[in-house]
Design a protein around this ligand. Structure first.
Ligand SMILES: [Zn+2]
Length: 259
């Protein structure tokens, strides 16, 4: 199979691009406000949940999963770099991790999600968009590990959207959803679709708060209406879009394992 040239990838049903809407951490407002808002428009989101947060609203998360929203893996301990001195402990710093421990904990998160919401995650979001364990000359990437276990590994704080022909499905870029106006979000969607690309938006909370980790509910509502009106855009979950790309473009080894 020969990979198509950039801009020539075929999206399903003659569509011109894809958009996925994500929220991380299982913040309470993402299921209290985000899920019902998406449901009003019949749009499916992808939620990369932390089991400890999800456990507080398990009934709601089960219902979201049963209604077709994707539940993705976001680890057990949310390990990130130690420089987050306010909340990252030595125990959960990436600098103190090994690949073996990372794999063990990622698979444990899968088992917890299987037992609690009845789904086996097929997508993964790197906490803090950081993809390494260890430090210095002993630093290792855990991207290959994610590639072995998931259809898609989602990155974050990226500077651009994903090219279906060129992206590494084990570290797909995503852009910030939080604190954006509808006008800003629409411009991001339009740019991605004009390039026949895949835009993944990543947020945390959903509501009217002005914290730097809140997706504006008002902007989200307008965005959902806009996406519904754009029949040339595929709005799908991260795994649904990732599977389509894996089936269409040669991206070894992840496509070979999970197609
Ligand atoms: Zn997170």
């Amino acid at each position: 199979m020969k990979n198509p040239r950039p801009g020539t990838f075929r999206w399903p049903n003659g569509q011109r691009g894809a958009v996925s809407l994500c929220w991380d951490d299982a913040r309470p407002s993402s299921v209290d406000v985000g899920v019902p808002l998406l449901d009003r428009f019949g749009i499916k989101g992808t939620f990369f949940v932390l089991p400890r947060n999800m456990a507080r609203q398990l009934k709601k998360w089960r219902s979201a999963a049963a209604h077709g929203h994707e539940i993705g893996n976001h680890t057990i301990n949310h390990p990130c770099m130690g420089n987050f001195i306010g909340w990252q402990t030595p125990e959960t710093m990436l600098e103190n991790y090994t690949l073996e421990r990372m794999e063990r904990e990622i698979l444990k998160a899968n088992r917890v999600l299987e037992a609690s919401v009845g789904v086996t995650p097929t997508s993964f979001a790197y906490p803090c968009a950081q993809t390494y364990v260890g430090r210095g000359v002993r630093l290792r990437s855990y991207i290959p590990l994610v590639a072995r276990h998931f259809v898609v590994g989602r990155s974050g704080f990226s500077e651009t959207y994903a090219s279906p022909e060129r992206c590494d499905l084990a570290q797909v870029p995503s852009l910030d959803f939080d604190c954006k106006s509808f006008g800003q979000l629409r411009a991001m969607v339009d740019a991605a679709v004009a390039d026949r690309c895949w835009l993944i938006l990543t947020g945390h909370e959903v509501g009217d708060g002005r914290t730097k980790q809140t997706t504006s509910a008002k902007a989200l509502e307008k965005l959902c209406a806009y996406l519904l009106g754009r029949t040339d855009i595929w709005t799908g979950t991260v795994t649904a879009v990732g599977r389509h790309i894996a089936a269409s473009v040669k991206h070894p080894p992840i496509a070979a394992r999970l197609r």
